[in-house]
Design a protein around this ligand. Structure first.
Ligand SMILES: Nc1ncnc2c1ncn2[C@@H]1O[C@H](COP(=O)(O)OP(=O)(O)OP(=O)(O)O)[C@@H](O)[C@H]1O
Ligand SMILES: [Mg+2]
Length: 342
């Protein structure tokens, strides 16, 4: 097996005049989880479909385990499996019926199909629900049976397109455990997600895409380091002191305070520009400044910047003079762009 499970050069996919994938270069190392992160309409699903040979590219090239996705589509299909953004199992069949049917279609004999299905239903915590129709499954159970269906034959490369969108935290954790188990078996996973914490939990490398282009790529550490050397988190005793605390922190750290829905929580990214002080020394000065200003601080921590901060910094297309609250929504909810509804 080669060094890269996926290699693309200048990959393009257009829909009419819309360049959904607009020149993507990717290198996905074999045996890892590679995260593709991007807001709605960024081109994630389109890119995955091209790589999985479900859509034909309009430009550039892509190879999966060295096979060209156009010229050698069959060879690619033999190595990959896709769990789509929208469930692909049959609603009216039970969990067992779905998996056995798919296993039979994949060429397993009846006993082997039954055995593999039972094994996966057990492993995915669906044994008790195995004889219920899938339409009566919860969202989390649906996702799990979907992933189970896509690994009936252990693929060399598994595409997981937003596997946890809409799931509660417990179900998300279950899916994450499944992804880890799949990778431990040697499968390479390309995971698309809008959730930064998901990429943080699972992916070794991440490509951030927006408007069909890769706008940043690297390990989590590299991406975080690109926005700053540290992130100061403060919890105040009293929400009324927040405006004062924001002013003191902004002045002490020479950086904008990020908006937080929690009225007593403040986060500031320390970027290290214009100072020789380390992030920890800058944080210590900020704490001292808060104390001098008579602000009661219940909790103070210095951590790495979050991937959230990276994402907002990268997908922020608005000038820096916009107020922070406006800039925050620009990354999360890109209503500033026109998209045809799919
Ligand atoms: N079959 C299609 N026909 C026309 N336009 C399409 C088609 N599929 C996707 N698009 C457009 O291509 C762009 C990228 O869509 P895509 O589904 O790849 O985004 P995404 O990153 O997966 O978004 P989401 O997070 O919402 O799933 C969007 O502007 C979308 O409207
Ligand atoms: Mg999508």
């Amino acid at each position: 097996m080669g060094e890269f499970a996926i290699e693309t050069e200048g990959l393009v996919k257009t829909f009419g005049g819309n360049r959904a994938v607009d020149g993507i270069d990717l290198r996905v190392p074999t045996g890892t989880v590679y995260g593709v992160l991007g807001p709605n309409g960024a081109g994630k699903t389109t890119a995955v479909k091209v790589l999985a040979t479900l859509l034909r590219p309009d430009g550039g090239r892509a190879r999966v385990f060295g096979h060209d996705v156009v010229a050698e589509a069959d060879a690619v299909r033999g190595r990959v499996s896709l769990t789509g953004q929208y469930a692909s199992v049959d609603e009216d069949l039970t969990g067992t019926e779905n998996l056995v049917l798919l296993a039979r279609l994949l060429g397993h004999g009846r006993p082997a199909a039954r055995e593999r299905s039972a094994q996966l239903l057990e492993a995915f915590g669906l044994a008790d629900a195995s004889d219920r129709q899938v339409k009566n499954y919860s969202g989390g159970m649906r996702r799990r049976i979907d992933i189970a269906a896509s690994i009936l034959n252990t693929p060399d490369l598994l595409f997981l397109d937003e596997p946890t969108t809409g799931l509660d935290p417990r179900s998300r954790n279950q899916v994450w455990d499944i992804v880890r188990a799949v990778v431990a078996q040697g499968t390479t996973v390309l995971l698309t997600t809008q959730y930064l914490d998901e990429a943080d939990q699972l992916a070794s490398r991440i490509a951030v895409i927006d408007h069909g282009r890769v706008i940043a790529e690297g390990t989590k550490g590299e991406l975080k380091a690109s926005v700053g050397s540290g992130s100061v988190h403060v919890r105040l005793r009293d929400a009324e002191q927040r405006p004062a605390a924001e002013r003191v922190l902004a002045a002490a750290l020479d950086a904008a305070v990020q908006p937080d829905p929690d009225p007593v929580a403040l986060t500031v990214t320390v970027d290290g520009h214009g100072t020789d002080l380390g992030a920890a020394e800058q944080a210590a000065r900020a704490l001292a400044a808060l104390t001098r200003a008579g602000i009661t601080v219940d909790n103070f921590a210095l951590g790495q910047p979050s991937l959230d901060a990276v994402f907002l910094a990268l997908t922020d297309r608005t000038p820096a003079d916009r107020p922070p609250a406006d800039r925050a929504t620009a990354g999360r909810d890109p209503t500033d762009r026109k998209e045809p509804t799919a």
